[in-house]
Design a protein around this ligand. Structure first.
Ligand code: ATP
Length: 298
């Protein structure tokens, strides 16, 4: 089966600025991919090119084996973008219904109102909605054509906790139905929970591509942190078996190791006076920082 998305040596330049450089990857049907990167990394530009909203300077982009601007492709795509464009004077349900009629197949109006929790606001003028409600409306509009491929560009910004829960429950169900989903977010715990693959970019270049588990494993491992007498030297802490890194945060020190079980035994047997011991798994945020730093050096 052909990949749903194929990018081959894609470059994008705005006047003299290189915004996307030599980006190549393929995304299979049913994948949930998080496209991550710092501000200005080129995520939205990449999504805009995949949606056919802007043209790449060079390279090839294919969705379902075809060019993004083809109608057959557009009919299979939904996108929740950062800016919500609303049409003057239309109510929420009129707007959703209008979008439904753009597509050859569409999802029922009541379903779209339910997953965006806008049933009570259906008769309101869309312009009068709050910021968070507009995001939810944008979600409903992105699903109007029952898309096989869904782009979610920072979807939960401005949503309250209840809305976020409903949003992710719905997205999880869409994934179970076999939809392909591309997410960008700065909330890395959302990417960690939802994505089965992470593509990180920085300054328009791909810096790492793998599962959340792979990315976290290949960084510093788990850590044990505790408050300790300031006379304890970094050198002494490195002598404990398996310690890969020692990081001080004020009077608290964090030791990284791939085998924290062994390390904690050794620490307890030592004469260190440790207080407030915490053991934590390395998280995606640490992996993210690690890869961005590494990309800067190389
Ligand atoms: N139309 C444009 N003209 C000129 N430069 C642009 C244009 N659109 C984006 N850029 C620049 O391209 C770079 C990448 O922007 P982009 O919006 O793709 O980043 P991003 O990864 O989505 O960032 P963020 O996380 O802040 O949303 C930025 O330096 C931005 O200023």
């Amino acid at each position: 089966m052909k990949p749903v998305i194929q990018l081959n040596q894609v470059h994008k330049r705005f006047t003299d600025k290189k915004v996307v450089q030599n980006l190549s990857f393929e995304i299979e049907k049913g994948s949930f991919v998080a496209l991550l990167g710092p501000n200005g990394a080129g995520k939205t530009t990449t999504i805009s090119m995949m949606l056919g909203l802007i043209n790449q300077t060079s390279g090839q982009i294919l969705l379902f084996g075809k060019k993004p601007e083809e109608t057959a492709v557009k009919n299979r795509i939904g996108a929740m973008l950062q800016d919500v464009h609303l049409i003057d004077d239309l109510t929420v349900e009129e707007l959703i219904d209008l979008f439904r009629h753009y597509y050859p197949k569409s999802l029922p109006l009541d379903y779209l109102l339910a997953v965006s929790d806008l049933q009570k606001s259906r008769k309101k003028i869309a312009h009068s909605l709050s910021g968070g409600q507009k995001r939810r409306l944008s979600f409903a509009l992105s699903l109007a054509g029952d898309p096989d491929l869904l782009f979610l560009d920072e979807p939960t910004v401005g949503m309250d906790i209840i809305s976020r829960q409903l949003f992710w429950d719905t997205v999880r169900k869409l994934k179970e139905q076999g939809k392909t989903i591309i997410l960008t977010t700065h909330y890395l715990e959302e990417a960690d929970k939802m994505a089965d693959r992470i593509i990180m970019i920085d300054q328009g270049k791909l810096i790492v591509d793998g599962t959340p588990t792979e990315l976290k494993k290949s960084t510093l491992g788990k850590s044990i942190s505790f408050i300790v007498d300031q006379k304890t030297t970094t050198q002494k802490l490195y002598q404990f078996p398996g310690v890969t890194d020692v990081v001080w945060e004020g009077e608290r020190v964090k030791l990284y190791s791939q085998d924290t079980d062994q390390l904690i035994r050794e620490l307890i047997n030592s004469h260190l006076k440790m207080k407030e011991i915490e053991i934590s798994n390395s998280n995606l945020e640490e992996a993210f920082q690690h890869y961005v730093e590494k990309a800067k050096i190389s």
